[in-house]
Design a protein around this ligand. Structure first.
Ligand code: ZN
Length: 145
């Protein structure tokens, strides 16, 4: 069992799933209190990585599937589940089509949100986003660098 403070500092006291701040002083028994979650989402890692989560967001050692939500303000369609896509990339490499956007400007918003979000979701991995025009829309593709 690792030290909550160490895990909290590694994740800068931000929940790895909902991306919102975690109060280090909140009670560990409250829903929004800090907790250590175990999940493997790191390149080449076979053992679970310990991450900071709100108690209510904690996957309880895999009993609950982790979900990263797409923000409502992004204009996307066919948006893929982020964690599953990232896991497939880490396992098999290649490219994942992760969303479609109605315009290039929307696709650029998705690109900057995604790269920022992924820098916290999988801090040891570097990602690349490609925007490709496709049938009057923009396809957002994710790969590892
Ligand atoms: Zn949370």
């Amino acid at each position: 069992m690792s030290d909550l403070n160490q895990v909290g500092e590694f994740d800068s006291w931000v929940c790895w799933l909902c991306d919102k701040p975690v109060d280090p002083d909140a009670s560990v028994n409250s829903d929004l209190g800090p907790s250590v979650d175990s999940y493997w989402i790191a390149r080449g890692s076979k053992s679970a990585m310990e991450r900071l989560a709100h108690r209510q967001c904690n996957t309880m050692k895999g009993k609950i599937s982790p979900v990263v939500h797409w923000p409502k303000e992004l204009l996307v369609s066919d948006s893929a589940p982020i964690i599953e896509s990232v896991e497939r990339l880490l396992k098999k490499g290649g490219r994942e089509a992760i969303a479609r956007c109605p315009s290039e400007a929307d696709a650029k918003n998705v690109e900057s949100w995604l790269l920022d979000r992924l820098s916290r979701l999988a801090p040891k991995t570097k990602f690349k986003v490609e925007l490709t025009p496709a049938g009057g829309q923009y396809l957002v593709k994710l790969s590892l660098t």
